[in-house]
Design a protein around this ligand. Structure first.
Ligand code: DLZ
Length: 194
């Protein structure tokens, strides 16, 4: 029997702060996965203002961006500086995360982080190298920081497989739902481990 990962228990996301970093390659699929992820976070009670979304060019950039997003939030949550808002990490609206005001509900350290990317196999070894490095990089960030980093990276052979995992193909399941639920469950569990 095929069993799914998300817990059957409802976890309360009220008060959690979740960071999402997504790649921009394969943007139609990314958009659907991001939407699916956010919808479950909101369903679990995570306030919209506590969901911080950043983007990077491709999946290769996810580990460093997730690490910097987390480190920036640590710096600013323990400092009293103010001014600025979260923006596009490596895009045109780049903002210094350390300058986000601590009084806003969307500031402070993250309880979980979600990395979203879509890697589609081409004709070279590029896919294998990136998939392996990105998964290892994200695991390293998670273990080094002690913050759950949810692996929202699809590693697929073609566009059709990607669409079938993003809820785009009729009747298919959006894996973003699982990632949102996994983030809330792990964030809640992390608090109980502290
Ligand atoms: C270069 C590249 C290729 C060929 N394919 C993908 C992909 O399928 N998914 C993805 O997220 N990114 C891809 N990239 C971009 C790399 O991840 C990276 O952004 C560039 O090599 C620049 O470092």
């Amino acid at each position: 029997m095929h069993t799914k990962g998300p817990s059957p228990v409802h976890h309360d996301g009220t008060g959690l702060r979740i960071g999402i970093v997504h790649a921009r390659w394969n943007d139609t699929i990314i958009d659907a996965l991001l939407e699916g992820t956010k919808s479950k976070l909101l369903e679990c009670g995570v306030p919209e203002s506590n969901i911080i979304v950043q983007s990077v060019p491709g999946s290769w950039e996810l580990p460093i961006a997730v690490q910097r997003l987390y480190s920036g939030s640590q710096v600013q949550s323990s400092s009293s500086s103010s001014g600025g808002t979260a923006g596009d990490l490596l895009g045109s609206s780049t903002t210094d995360l350390a300058s986000i005001p601590t009084s806003s509900p969307s500031t402070g350290a993250f309880d979980a982080l979600i990395a979203i990317g879509v890697l589609i196999k081409g004709e070279t070894m590029h896919f294998e190298y990136i998939s392996d490095s990105v998964s290892q990089g994200l695991m390293r960030v998670s273990l080094d920081t002690g913050v759950p980093v949810i692996f929202g990276v699809l590693t697929v052979l073609n566009d059709e497989q990607a669409k079938a995992r993003a809820g785009i193909t009729a009747g298919s399941h959006n894996h973003g739902h699982d990632w949102g639920l996994a983030a809330v469950e792990m964030a809640v569990k992390r608090k109980s481990w502290a």
